[in-house]
Design a protein around this ligand. Structure first.
Ligand code: OFO
Length: 164
């Protein structure tokens, strides 16, 4: 496997595992605040991040490369409000979109067609992730002054968690 791509994909495994940690940490925090629906939503999100990490893991191995796992930095453990947590999630997803775009550029520069093809899935996935987190942020801004509406939203969010 192309060594530059192998290194960049190993770094991306770490980004995805950090995403897993971050959303799991948000899930734990929501649970302590009795927002069980948001906690379930974030846990479902975390599970998706593990799937993302494994896609890079499997691709490296299938191409004859070597997976080298790196330390995962500790995520934040507290947020001021549900809105702040979802805003951080959106900011993080935009960062990940930037990482994926850099990988696409690298795969093109290195003429690595197989990696380029595999990364197309992530381009589509990031559009979906930014949209779903962005919608949560917008809805949360609308209800921020109403505890009752926030609890309704929490209940709705729990359905996503249960569906995954
Ligand atoms: Fe949330 O998309 Fe992977 O990191």
């Amino acid at each position: 496997m192309n060594k530059k791509i192998e290194k960049a994909f190993n770094d991306q495994i770490n980004e995805e595992l950090f995403s897993y940690y971050l959303y799991l940490s948000m899930s734990a925090w929501f649970s302590t605040k009795n927002f069980e629906g948001f906690a379930a939503w974030m846990k479902a999100q975390a599970k998706e991040e593990m799937v993302h990490a494994m896609k890079f893991f499997d691709h490296i191995q299938e191409r004859g490369g070597t997976v080298k796992l790196q330390p995962i930095k500790g995520p934040k453990t507290e947020w001021k409000s549900p809105l702040e947590a979802f805003q951080e999630s959106l900011k993080h997803e935009k960062h990940i979109t930037g990482c994926i775009e850099k990988l696409v550029k690298l795969s093109m520069a290195e003429n690595d067609f197989a990696s380029n093809s595999m990364l197309n899935w992530f381009i589509d996935e990031q559009v979906e992730e930014e949209a779903s987190v962005g919608l949560m942020v917008e809805h949360m801004k609308m209800v921020s002054d109403s505890t009752g509406a926030l609890f309704m939203m929490d209940r709705e969010a729990g359905k996503r968690g249960a569906a995954k």
